[in-house]
Design a binder for this molecule. Structure first.
Ligand SMILES: [Zn+2]
Length: 232
């Protein structure tokens, strides 16, 4: 089974996360919004109290971002993908502005990676038929939504692909085991959700270690599972 993972928003905790992945030889894709990252300065993650600007998207956390200067070094050896320039939600800005933001983010990370970065993650999981078509016209290879599926490979529309679950899903291992029948397991998250919770970091490290040692599993990049999708 191919195991793929992606992490959104260019969060400062990606420093600790990428170190963990290097330790266990895990591959990962990071979906960035360069327009929300400062050219030079990093920002800290913090947790917002109830009622202070919490929303569904950030799970109560403010995402402290890495800076543009960090990207090349922190994400060296990992895949980068577009998550729109400033996290613009499809259908909530004019489509022409939206696709420009998706492309601006892609071109920014391609300049750093020095190769095509054709992956995409939908900000807040929101996709519309019009913006799916725009991604296709502009050569994107896949777009990850926030839905869940027991069979990632059963994917009529790779530009609105459903992953298996989030990294902290209560039924993570049930889905992992069932995915062995399909050949692909795909999880995702934001590293700010691990915040400074050492117990959660330790637990996640054990998960990564288990997958790395599982003889039935092999880490892959998200872009590499696209040819395995049954689009019919
Ligand atoms: Zn996001």
């Amino acid at each position: 089974m191919k195991v793929v993972q992606c992490w959104d928003d260019g969060v400062i905790n990606d420093i600790r996360l990428t170190e963990l992945f290097r330790k266990y030889g895990a591959k990962a894709t990071f979906n960035l919004n360069p327009g929300l990252m400062d050219p030079e300065k990093r920002a800290e993650c913090f947790w917002r109290k109830q009622g202070e600007g919490t929303n569904n998207h950030n799970f109560g956390f403010a995402a402290g971002k890495l800076s543009h200067r960090d990207i090349a070094e922190i994400y060296s050896g990992f895949e980068l993908a577009s998550h729109c320039w400033r996290h613009e939600n499809a259908g909530m800005v004019p489509d022409a502005d939206w696709i420009k933001s998706a492309l601006d983010a892609r071109h920014f990370v391609e300049d750093i990676a020095q190769k095509p970065c054709l992956g995409f993650a939908w900000p807040c999981g929101l996709a519309t038929p019009e913006t799916v078509a725009l991604l296709r016209e502009n050569g994107f290879a896949y777009g990850r939504t926030t839905k869940t599926t027991f069979d990632v490979t059963d994917c009529p529309e790779p530009l609105a692909m459903a992953p298996s679950c989030r990294f902290n899903a209560p039924d993570f291992w049930d889905r992992y085991t069932k995915a062995k029948r399909t050949g692909v397991f795909y999880f995702w998250g934001h590293s700010y959700e691990l915040f400074r919770y050492d117990e959660m970091w330790d637990n996640f490290e054990q998960m990564v270690k288990y997958i790395s040692e599982d003889p039935d599993a092999e880490w892959a990049n998200v872009i590499d599972i696209v040819p395995l999708l049954r689009t019919r």
